[in-house]
Design a protein around this ligand. Structure first.
Ligand code: UDP
Length: 236
């Protein structure tokens, strides 16, 4: 497959066109941003870790019946994915209170929920990705009723699978963000990434943060944390 011109450059990834109209190539960068792009930095080795971790988890999810955009890992940082149009919703699943949830509702981090929660944000940088409910998403025609139901069902399935998987390597899955896309025939599939950039991951014993909060909150040892998650998941 030929890598053709760059279509798009995001905060953490570049997307390239290929000679196959149904395939894109994504390239993961070491660039890190937080607080809607206000904090910028580099996390050395992050691109490779996020690429390989996303691919491993997406293959695991496919086996459990969740359709994803993953096609083939090309190199340390590059992956062939199915071409989709992204549904402009950030789908956030939470098992334990943290981050904006804890702030918004004035509770401490670390409260374990009886049931996972799902929330949506409108993917719109100019507006700062505002929180949105499913009726707002419908009103703005960001997705259909059926698509929203599919997305919620898939998000909960992904949560159950990931939560169990991370626990086997001593990690609590606190919360995470998913993005979904539509293929050319309109099928909704899981897209984007699943990595320490998009998940909160706490050590099961010590609650040490092994994710992007180390960067957001200047906790230090950011590279080590990403490396540690990789080591536990892939034995390296
Ligand atoms: N998240 C993300 N991208 C975003 C916003 C959130 O990947 O633009 C992830 C974040 O890493 C965390 C989860 O979604 O695992 C919930 O984030 P939260 O709403 O608490 O927002 P934050 O505290 O990160 O601003």
């Amino acid at each position: 497959m030929k890598k053709l011109e760059q279509m798009y450059e995001g905060k953490a990834k570049k997307v390239f066109r290929t000679d196959d109209p149904e395939r894109f190539i994504v390239e993961y960068k070491d660039d890190a941003t937080a607080f809607n792009g206000q904090k910028k930095g580099t996390i050395l080795g992050k691109g490779g870790i996020n690429n390989r971790m996303t691919n491993m988890l997406m293959q695991m999810l496919e086996k459990q019946g969740v359709p994803t955009h993953f096609v083939e890992e090309l190199s340390e940082r590059e992956t062939v994915v199915k071409k989709v149009t992204i549904v402009p919703l950030e789908v956030i699943v939470r098992n334990i209170s943290a981050g904006s949830f804890a702030q918004r509702y004035g509770v401490e981090e670390g409260i374990v929920f009886d049931e996972p929660t799902i929330e949506f944000s409108y993917k719109n940088d100019d507006l700062g990705d505002p929180l949105m409910n499913q009726y707002h998403a419908l009103a703005l025609k960001l997705a259909t009723k059926e698509e929203i139901e599919t997305i919620k069902t898939m998000a909960l399935k992904v949560n159950a699978a990931l939560k169990e998987f991370f626990l086997t390597v001593g990690i609590k899955l606190v919360d995470f963000k998913l993005e979904f896309g539509r293929t050319s025939d309109g099928t909704v599939i899981l897209a984007d990434e699943i990595s320490p950039d998009t998940c909160r991951l706490w050590d099961q014993e010590t609650n040490e943060k092994l994710d992007k909060d180390r960067f957001r909150r200047d906790l230090g040892n950011v590279e080590d944390a990403y490396q540690e998650v990789m080591r536990r998941l892939m034995g390296e």
